[in-house]
Design a protein around this ligand. Structure first.
Ligand code: BES
Ligand code: ZN
Length: 636
């Protein structure tokens, strides 16, 4: 429908008979349709960028990027192009190529929308192909995290990285910030000459003395995947086309932790076809990085909390690698379709992990997530937005980040797992490989997916499936695939017996057979997570201390374990763990961990004051994505 209106509009604009007011009214309408669907002020249905060239200076002194964004447009004859901007200072806008530029009028229209920012309207000619926006970032450019050297692992060089998803790219680049438009990009960056720059593009493997770097991304990507990092980086090669960037101190541990990356790549390609982006590297960021991982093409950004020392948290890497197909190759058309990115990716991630650690381990990973989904569903059902239990969302007037719940991730993945259990793995795998191939380098809506599912799987083989209930209904449907895990059941029982007052350690220690004495290493990280989660919220101090004596949870430096343990320490007011909790909050900025920890501290009288005091103390260590969410939770 939108495309039809766009074409109709073009005819109207070109026709001399049409009045200006008529056009303006249509324009209004068009903008609103577009806005609702993609959280963008841009007019991509009329004029859209096809290639972006960035020429930027990275200024650590002033914590500012400054330069020009050169947009190569596809313009069928329009006289205005609209970009998204937020917290940017626009210095001038020109038309034409570098050798022949002329200044044009631009106007920043409307009030600043706290979520979307503003629209930058640029006057162009019907034959304009090049628009150059000279600009600089500001201290409110939320995509950017400028870290003082004290927050890096070397502690002697500063660091910068960007986070674009969902709609933060507009805070560091003036751009048409909608996931349905794809662009290629190139960049020339100047950085301090003791640092290296890397992007979601072709990357250097060594520093250069001039601090000048050139980048190319030749496959079209949605602009939330444009990413940049600058720091004291080294490169370690893992295979012909995989490797790790990190600060020098982390190289050995990163190479150890992610040694399975080439195997993951093989497993992924075997499942759903050739990797489309040539190179796949990881970049280990400082601890402030607000996510576990971010699937920037050719260069996944990863949180150093994944460096557990025992490869126990590498499923996050399988997840980001899987996005090279689901998300980066086939992209959600709007943020309402976010489950198409994440649900498919969690499904695919689990298939990769099955190849790496086997079916039982992969099932346990999926089951940990399923338990999280059940909890999240309860929270959502009693929230002000119970409809967030749907896979397909309505995020109109809301922050697209609100869609980042276990519904998109885990309900999405279990939807696919359940289909698989009905049609069989062979048919499912063929279907998914065809889906990625059919839609590669395009954006897909939920409706597009349903049409394809019907045509290529359900109707083709005569299966009936309640996909409407899954996609447009609130809960977890009756037919959802259930996973059973004997080892998890055992952990649940142990937690239950311990809570009842039974000393589970004593029983084991009394056993004659020394070999079988109860040890922490006897169980996996996921099994211990299940144990901790199943402990009640009101254990006594003595019980918490006994667990700590036997299992040393407080000093176990695995971020997932620390997180679950600290949640219990808060509800039970187990003060022994508070210094460790405080150091964790000082160092780690990953939102999945710190938001629930602060929120829980805030909930209990005994820890409420600490929540606010510590947050104010550590806020400057966090990326805006995390600190903005925590500010809301703490009602600041
Ligand atoms: N693409 C997401 C991160 C994201 C989503 C950032 C929405 C901003 C808006 C990434 O792939 C992700 O899902 N990360 C997870 C990993 C996990 C589910 C394995 C994370 O960071 O926890
Ligand atoms: Zn993801």
């Amino acid at each position: 429908m939108k495309r039809v209106i766009g074409y109709y509009m073009l005819l109207l604009v070109l026709s001399a008979a049409c009045s200006q007011t008529e056009v303006n009214q249509k324009n209004e309408k068009e903008t609103n349709v577009s806005l609702i669907q993609n959280h963008s002020f841009s007019n991509i249905d009329e004029v859209h960028t096809t290639h972006l060239h960035l020429d930027l200076n990275v200024d650590f002194q002033n914590k500012r990027l400054k330069g020009v964004a050169r947009h190569h447009l596809n313009n069928p004859g329009f006289q205005e192009v609209k970009f998204d901007i937020k917290s940017l200072k626009i210095n001038k806008v020109t038309l034409g190529t570098e050798t022949k530029e002329s200044i044009t009028n631009h106007e920043i229209k409307g009030e600043i929308d706290p979520i979307l920012g503003q629209a930058l309207h640029v006057k162009i000619e019907p034959d304009t192909k090049y628009v150059n926006i000279y600009y600089e970032t500001t201290e409110d450019s939320d995509a950017l995290d400028w870290l003082d050297s004290s927050l890096t692992s070397s502690k002697n060089k500063p660091f910068l990285y960007t986070q674009g998803q969902a709609i933060l790219t507009r805070t560091w680049i003036p751009i048409q910030d909608a996931p349905s438009n794809r662009i290629t990009y190139s960049a020339d960056l100047t950085v301090p000459n003791d640092l290296m720059a890397v992007m979601s593009a072709t990357n250097p493997q060594n520093k250069n003395k001039q601090g000048k770097y050139h980048f190319e991304m030749q496959q079209p990507i949605p602009c939330y995947l444009i990413a940049l990092a600058v720091g004291d980086l080294v490169y370690g090669k893992l295979s012909e086309n995989t490797g790790v960037y990190c600060e020098p101190e982390l190289l050995a541990s990163s190479m150890y932790e992610f040694v399975d990356l080439p195997d993951m790549m093989n497993a992924a390609e075997k499942l759903y076809g050739r990797y489309a982006w040539e190179q796949y590297d990881l970049l280990i960021l400082p601890y402030s990085f607000p996510f576990g991982g971010m699937e920037n093409p050719r260069l996944t950004f990863a949180n150093p909390t994944l460096l557990a020392g025992d490869r126990s948290l590498v499923s996050v890497i399988a997840h980001e690698l899987a996005h090279s197909w689901s998300g980066n190759l086939v992209t959600n058309k709007t943020w309402n379709d976010f489950w198409l990115n994440e649900g498919f990716t969690v499904y695919f991630e689990n298939r990769i992990m099955e190849e790496i650690i086997g079916k039982k381990g992969a099932d346990n990973l999926a089951l940990v997530e399923f338990f999280e989904l059940e909890e999240e569903m309860e929270r959502i059902a009693s929230s002000t937005h119970p409809e967030d239990g749907h896979l397909f969302l309505d995020l109109n007037k809301r922050n697209p980040d609100d869609g980042m719940t276990d519904v998109a991730y885990v309900k999405g993945a279990f939807f696919l797992k359940t289909i698989e259990s009905v049609v069989g793995r062979g048919k499912m795998d063929n279907f998914l490989e065809d889906y990625f191939n059919h839609f590669k380098f395009t954006s897909v809506s939920t409706e597009d997916f349903i049409r394809y599912l019907n045509k290529e799987l359900l109707e083709k083989y005569n299966f009936s499936f309640n996909y409407d209930e899954w996609i447009y209904g609130k809960g977890i449907p009756e037919n959802c695939l259930r996973i059973k895990s004997n080892s998890f059941q055992h952990m649940e029982e142990m937690a239950y017996r311990f809570a009842k007052g039974e000393n589970i350690f004593l029983i084991h220690n009394e056993s004659k057979n020394k070999e079988k004495a109860f040890k922490r290493t006897q169980y996996s990280v996921q099994e211990w997570l299940t144990f901790i989660r199943n402990l009640p919220e009101d254990l006594t101090f003595a019980q918490m201390a006994l667990l700590d004596d036997e299992l040393s949870f407080t000093t176990w430096t695995n971020a997932e374990i620390q997180f679950e343990w600290f949640l219990k320490a808060i509800s039970t007011n187990y003060e022994t763990a508070y210094p460790a909790l405080k150091s964790f909050l000082e160092k780690v900025g990953r939102r999945k961990f710190i938001l629930p920890l602060y929120a829980k501290m805030y909930k209990y009288d005994h820890s409420k004051k600490n929540a606010v005091d510590w947050f104010l103390l550590f806020k400057s260590n966090y990326h805006a994505v995390s600190s903005n969410s925590i500010e809301q939770a703490l009602e600041l």
